[in-house]
Design a protein around this ligand. Structure first.
Ligand SMILES: Cc1ncc(C[n+]2csc(CCOP(=O)(O)OP(=O)(O)O)c2C)c(N)n1
Length: 558
């Protein structure tokens, strides 16, 4: 049967079991949108393509399934760029479909033309410009395969207008043939034996866990390893949720705003086992002084990560779950009472603290959220102080419940990501912990939340400033607040929420926190809680730029 390229594309999405697409229409995707109307695929119309890309990203992080986003040519496509970069940096599977001007018009500065395949080369795992509609089924199949296998990432398909209009007899290939693309899943047996031996020999081992553990679904194997060999676990921002934060072996997050116990452990360990983590500079600080006493194991599916930022003694290239599965039977039961006693002393001596003087402080609010949700909600964050307080205080128990922009640090990510997570997990409570700067970067998505009755809760830590930048200005630029104070021009967020048809409430006193949160969580609809927090509250501890992990700034000690 003959059908259009557009119909073949939607059919191919259905073959991939796509049930939801986030997107925004335009001239170059009219044919696609027309077919979409009669298809069982749910389309979520965001109010900006950046919002759609982040929503697809949040959907992917929360569900483990690839997110799909659609946009028109030119400005629609370029508006996806930040979202795709964000997904690329955090290895999130997304398939982006963009419209393109007709093949005969490409390269002529045609109306709404942008060379999106050129633009996205460095921010996608792969991209395609479809020139022949008969290739559509194969390309879609390949795109999903590439996005979701090996180290996941975004893949873009650019579809010219005449290609979606072309009439073809589509044939859907059964197999994928990508001879040059062969991710390594099983770690080398000898290397895995070396890891087991290193664990046996170590007296101060430490697991340093990143988002790769969540991606590969290796959390149970990780926990089994930690418990079997009595190894404390510290996580990156991306790794939060990979190991229960409430477990006695958990040290919480490491790095720039990590706990002192975690960072001191890195400095004092004699074996560092990095699993699905990439030695990001926010983790290592001054790289020469990172884990100075340790032999280093690095387990990662991407061979390009091994040795990229840090010297590794025992590299294992493979999927975290499979490698840990192979490792477990080789590891002997061990216990490290002295090491754990030392860590426990650090934990007791250096808890996360803040001033309790009756003022409304962000940490109290996040503590209250943590208590109320008890590991059962999905928390997304924006970027800045809000993100770091959330990472320090929220105690995720399950993977895929803490969603944050790690690599790119994208303000405006958290709210649309919460929308995507809520679409993917309709029965879960989804909370975006936000700053007043970040929230305004994609605030228009309130319309999306209201339009589809997605009951996401925005907890706005409103300090009237671009807090994290202001913190750096305070600490390193003599308190010269260059263009970081926004209080005067901030909107009335409660009225704004209401104008969109959402609920809003302002909170100014600590004793209202619990009530307001309960009210918001119980409401069946999107809510914005405008918490007026102390404007000059800082995130501590903090490893200063280019500092070492054992030299952290604290409140009052500067
Ligand atoms: C898109 C984007 N622009 C700029 C920055 C730089 N930046 C990092 S944190 C921050 C301030 C964030 O302010 P806000 O959202 O109010 O959160 P707070 O730090 O106050 O919690 C800025 C401007 C960024 N990360 N992303």
């Amino acid at each position: 049967m003959r059908t259009s390229g557009a119909a073949a594309l939607i059919e191919s999405l259905l073959e991939q079991k796509v049930d939801v697409v986030f997107g925004y229409p335009g001239g170059a995707v009219l044919a696609l949108y027309d077919v979409l109307l009669d298809s069982p695929i749910r389309h979520i119309l965001t109010r900006h393509e950046q919002g759609a890309a982040h929503a697809a990203d949040g959907y992917a992080r929360a569900t483990g399934k690839p997110g799909v986003v659609m946009a028109t040519s030119g400005p629609g496509a370029t508006n996806l760029v930040t979202g795709l970069t964000n997904a690329y940096m955090d290895s999130i599977p997304i398939v982006a479909i963009t419209g393109q001007v007709a093949t005969t018009m490409i390269g002529k500065d045609s109306f709404q033309e942008a060379d999106i395949t050129g633009i996205t080369i460095p921010i996608t795992k792969h991209n395609y410009l479809v020139k022949d509609a008969r290739d559509i089924p194969r390309i879609v199949k390949e795109a999903f395969h590439i996005a979701t296998t090996g180290r996941p990432g975004p893949v873009l398909i650019d579809l010219p207008k005449d290609v979606s209009a072309a009439q073809i007899r589509p044939s859907h290939p059964k197999e994928i043939s990508l001879p040059g693309y062969k991710p390594t899943y099983d770690g080398h047996a000898m290397q895995i034996q070396r890891v087991a031996k290193a664990i046996e020999e170590a007296s101060r081992p430490l697991l340093y866990v990143g988002g790769g553990v969540i991606t590969s679904g290796a959390h149970e194997e990780l926990r089994a390893l930690a418990e079997l060999a009595d190894i404390p676990v510290t996580m990156t921002l991306m790794g939060l949720g990979a190991f229960p934060a409430t477990h006695e072996l958990s040290l919480g997050m490491l790095g720039m705003h990590g706990t002192k116990a975690a960072n001191y452990s890195v400095c004092e360990c004699d074996l560092l086992i990095a699993v699905g983590a990439r030695f990001d500079d926010r983790v290592t600080g001054k790289v020469e002084a990172f884990a100075p006493k340790a032999r280093v194991v690095h387990i990662d599916i991407d061979p390009a990560e091994i040795g990229k930022n840090f010297h590794v003694d025992i590299p294992v290239v493979g999927d975290a779950k499979r490698v840990l599965k192979a490792l477990l039977p080789l590891v002997k039961r061990k216990s490290h009472p002295e090491w754990k006693a030392l860590i426990s002393e650090w934990k007791t001596r250096y808890p996360l603290t803040y001033k309790k003087d009756g003022k409304l402080r962000p940490q109290m609010i996040i503590e209250a959220i943590n208590e109320l949700v008890d590991g059962k909600a999905i928390i997304t964050t924006e970027v800045g102080q809000n993100q770091m307080w959330a990472a320090q205080i929220i105690k995720p128990i399950h993977p895929r419940t803490f969603i944050s922009s790690g690599g790119l640090g994208t303000m405006g990510f958290g709210f649309p990501a919460a929308i995507g997570a809520q679409v993917g997990c309709p029965d879960k409570l989804v909370i975006d912990i936000a700053g007043d700067g970040s929230f305004q970067m994609n605030i228009q998505e309130l319309a999306t939340a209201v339009g589809y009755n997605l009951p996401v809760k925005v907890v706005l830590l409103n300090n009237g400033c671009l807090g994290m930048v202001r913190q750096w200005q305070e600490l390193f630029f003599k308190r010269r607040y260059s263009h970081t104070i926004i209080a005067k021009s901030n909107p009335d967020f409660v009225k704004l929420a209401e104008a969109y048809g959402a609920h809003g409430r302002m909170v100014t006193e600590p004793d209202e926190i619990h009530d307001a949160l309960k009210w918001a969580f119980d409401l069946d609809g999107p809510v914005v809680l405008d918490f007026r927090i102390e404007p000059e509250e800082n995130v501590f501890p903090m490893v200063p730029p280019d500092g070492t992990l054992n030299n952290m700034l604290e409140e009052g000690v500067r």
